[in-house]
Design a protein around this ligand. Structure first.
Ligand code: ASP
Length: 584
């Protein structure tokens, strides 16, 4: 080894020992005859001291030449510092340097490699290997590592077998576009990269593996957002001979164990809510339950009083923001502008302020008496000091708009604490979802999800109301995982494809292998997949999954460090029998 200790290791106990350290120069402070060097590695920072008189002149000169991020090796004696730094674990000691070797000089880095940096996003991504030297960034990946180890430990402990499934496959319908890879040896043919290992894990159940998991890369060609990447990681799982309850309990167990082992938090009970209740109560299939502000429907109280906007609305619904009566007129106007932005799309916002003196002041006083408004307040369970906010319009979009407003109010009122964790199972999702664009039903989860047995007759008469054996795990308003009990017989799977608008030939061509497998003794099975990057981000208290990925892509799906995607050579194209004809 080029070192006897790491830069995070030495303490007062080591005083008088002769040690050798190696690492990067974080900072040099040169006071003429006295030079301090902060030496950094993955484990910490240790201070080296070079002093005129006791240090040879030549050594002092060499130290003076050191620049930021030089890689060096230094030997010397551990001494007690006169002025200690209690902010770092090695702050009680320093190394009185006796030897110094520059292992590799470095160019001046394009940004400061410390927790607080002056580098913008783009620059840090271009030099991601330098960004990753920063402690705060590395810690995020260390958290990811811990989560991965604890996941494997739990899954192994529960008898799950980790099986790798192929990356060059055929389209899997998880609702996004596929990334495709041309085949050289099969000209004109393409592989698809897996959007998930869905069909393979089901086939493993047919093979009798009983309990499968994999920490696996998935690929989806979608428009990117802060919490999306074209390639991302799932904890993918499948189990045989189970019902929904077994799956919920097993994976509640995983999440609880991760919170316990990684964060030292006892998660407690995981609530459950049906999709229908989530939509009615929060306008959202992933409600953030760190705070209340549950929707209150006011149709019976608000309609028929001459206020035509409410009278004509399909739904009048609001939230009560506790303690927000202090919002000024200006703040309420700002909220109104906020909900009217095209991204939210509300037509307006009605407010009722419950003043501390018990009086009620609203933006619709012309139409509603104090008694009317008191009845509203009662419906909201509001108290003096609260602010009620009401939207109206067609039911679906109004709920969506109010959901956004609820989240904003939660944020503004400081109710979305990153250190509070509220997990929730959302269950009983609809099986199918109507798509206006294609004028067809789509599988809400994926086509392998089973309908609830009692709802099967509705498939013909009212497909939209059929419920699925599907569930999502939501934490703090973020969908962390989702899965379902699967169809495991050919006839039902075929029926499902028919309802999704596949002809029998199309279904056969794309998924014949799975339907055939179902004819060779397929056990009842079900599973779930967790978005591992998101789970890490939640654990780390961040909104961006990018921070938890060593080499992420930017908003245009680009890796700016290695500069990809990129064109390929004419020779490569020829070999692949591909001609590029870009649309103008
Ligand atoms: N394959 C599904 C997904 O990626 C998860 C599952 O149903 O297990 O969302």
């Amino acid at each position: 080894m080029l070192r006897t200790h790491t830069c995070g290791e030495l303490r007062l106990d080591h005083v008088n020992q002769k040690v050798t350290l190696a690492g990067w120069v974080q900072r040099v402070r040169n006071k003429g005859g006295l030079i301090w060097v902060d030496l950094r590695d993955r484990y910490g920072v240790t201070q080296l001291i070079f002093e005129e008189g006791s240090t040879e002149k030549e050594l002092l000169e060499k130290a003076a030449q050191l620049g930021r991020e030089f890689v060096i090796q230094a030997s010397g004696k551990v001494i007690e510092r006169t002025s200690k730094n209690d902010k770092i674990p090695t702050g009680a000691i320093e190394i009185k340097a006796e030897e110094l070797t520059v292992l590799n000089p470095a160019k001046v880095p394009p940004f400061i490699i410390e927790d607080e940096t002056d580098g913008g996003d783009d620059l840090r991504m271009k030099y991601r290997y330098l960004d990753l030297r920063r402690g705060v960034v590395r810690e995020k990946l260390q958290l990811r590592h811990r989560m991965m180890q604890e996941t494997r430990k739990y899954m192994d402990g529960q008898g799950f077998i980790e099986v790798e499934t192929p990356v060059l496959i055929k389209s899997t319908p998880e609702g996004a576009r596929d990334f495709v890879v041309p085949s050289r040896v099969n000209p004109g043919e393409f592989y698809a990269l897996p959007q998930s290992p869905q069909t393979f894990k089901q086939l493993l159940m047919v093979s009798g593996f009983d309990r499968y998991f994999q920490i696996v890369k998935c690929f989806r060609d979608e428009d990117l957002r802060a919490d999306r990447q074209p390639e991302f990681t799932q904890i993918d799982c499948e189990m045989s001979f189970v019902n929904q309850e077994d799956i919920l309990m097993t994976f509640e167990g995983l999440v609880k164990s991760l919170f316990r082992e990684v964060k030292g938090i006892e998660l407690g009970e995981v609530d459950r809510m049906t999709f229908e209740d989530a939509m009615k109560g929060y306008g959202n299939d992933k409600p953030d339950l760190r705070f209340g502000m549950k929707f209150v429907e006011l149709d019976h109280l608000a309609k028929g009083k001459g206020f035509s906007i409410f009278d004509q609305a399909e739904l009048v619904v609001g939230i009560n923001a506790q303690g927000a009566a202090g919002y000024t007129r200006k703040q309420v106007d700002e909220l109104t502008d906020w909900v009217k932005r095209p991204q939210i799309g509300a037509k307006g916002l009605v407010y009722v302020r419950y003043n501390e003196d018990g009086s009620l002041k609203s933006s619709v006083d012309k139409f509603y008496s104090q008694e009317d408004l008191s009845a509203w307040a009662e419906a909201f369970g509001a108290k003096p000091g609260d602010l009620m906010l009401v939207l109206s319009g067609d039911a679906k979009s109004t709920r969506k708009q109010l959901s956004e407003l609820r989240l904003k109010m939660g944020e503004d009122l400081g109710l979305r604490d990153r250190n509070v964790f509220k997990p929730l199972w959302v269950i009983d999702f609809p099986l199918l979802e109507w798509d206006e664009e294609t004028q067809r039903y789509h599988a809400m989860h994926h086509p392998f999800t089973s309908p609830k047995r009692e709802d099967i007759p509705l498939l013909e008469s009212d497909p939209g109301s059929v419920r699925a054996n599907a569930y999502d795990l939501v934490i703090n308003g973020v969908e962390i995982g989702g899965g379902s009990i699967r169809i495991h017989d050919r006839a039902t799977q075929q029926l499902m494809f028919t309802h999704l608008g596949f002809t029998p030939e199309e279904a056969q061509k794309q998924f014949g292998f799975l339907m055939e497998a179902f004819e060779y003794g397929a056990p009842p099975h079900g599973g779930i997949a967790f978005g591992f990057d998101r789970l890490c981000a939640i654990f780390g208290g961040s909104d961006s999954i990018r921070d938890y990925i060593a080499f992420p892509k930017n908003n245009s799906g680009r890796d700016v460090m290695i500069d990809t995607p990129s064109t390929i050579s004419e020779d490569q194209l020829q070999e692949l029998s591909i001609k590029v004809a870009l649309k103008k």
